[in-house]
Design a binder for this molecule. Sequence first.
Ligand SMILES: Nc1nc2c(ncn2[C@@H]2O[C@H](COP(=O)(O)OP(=O)(O)OP(=O)(O)O)[C@@H](O)[C@H]2O)c(=O)[nH]1
Length: 266
Amino acid sequence: MSSVFGKPRAGSAPQSAPLEVNLAILGRRGAGKSALTVKFLTRRFISEYDPNLEDTYSSEETVDHQPVHLRVMDTADLDTPRNCERYLHWAHAFLVVYSIDSRQSFEGSSSYLELLALHAKETQRIYPTLLLGNKLDMAQYRQVTEAEGAALAGRFGCLFFEVSACLDFENVQHVFHEAVREARRELEKNSLARPLFISEERALPHQAPLTARHGLASCTFNTLSTVSLKEMPTVAQAKLVTVKSSRAQSKRKAPTLTLLKGFKIF
Ligand SMILES: Nc1nc2c(ncn2[C@@H]2O[C@H](COP(=O)(O)OP(=O)(O)OP(=O)(O)O)[C@@H](O)[C@H]2O)c(=O)[nH]1
């Protein structure tokens, strides 16, 4: 990481406009989402904070010598995915966190992975996802084996790491940067893809929320207004439009790290 949190170190070389990557951290209450976020942003481990606090932080990072404007949404869903639109239509990539000393949090992580798989199917997009088994320092209280974590990640085709928010910073930084690498790869692939041509025809009838069709926990979100993609019109007829995804807003705008609100650092 070539920058002190939030600003490039003095003297660092002038850089091209950084790629913007939005990363949402999901998981059951107590899995360690906030602790991992704070560790990555400040290199410190927090002991306690307001568990209902949900915020989005931004950080100027350098990943593989390339500048990245990284936004991290530390979500607070309690136990199951709720009001998912705020992160489904905002994030380019996801970290799904469970705690290795809690079977419940491990089972909770698969409902997030299921939701993300359905969202990817619904939108025909790929959303890089990393499954993290947190609290590796608590291995003596382990309730979930590394093999189980790897198997779950394999089932959903996502990367898997075991980490600890209270051990060394480099491991935590590595998983955040891995997420950035995966997201950057997808963003670059999509930007090379053919532009989206949308005919001006009538939109397809609005589809029922995902949960209604897949019986998922109370996580509903409006699909982007689907459009009728007919046979590709000639370029002259087609109109290139940008489809704005709904900008997710965290419950409280946090353009910069609001670390001290509700966090106690030691
Ligand atoms: N030993 C240990 N404790 C951790 C670790 N990560 C988090 N904790 C502790 O576990 C508790 C929950 O951590 P949080 O970061 O608040 O978990 P969360 O997923 O953000 O929880 P919510 O905000 O309620 O969704 C806190 O007491 C943390 O100090 C870790 O890696 N090791």
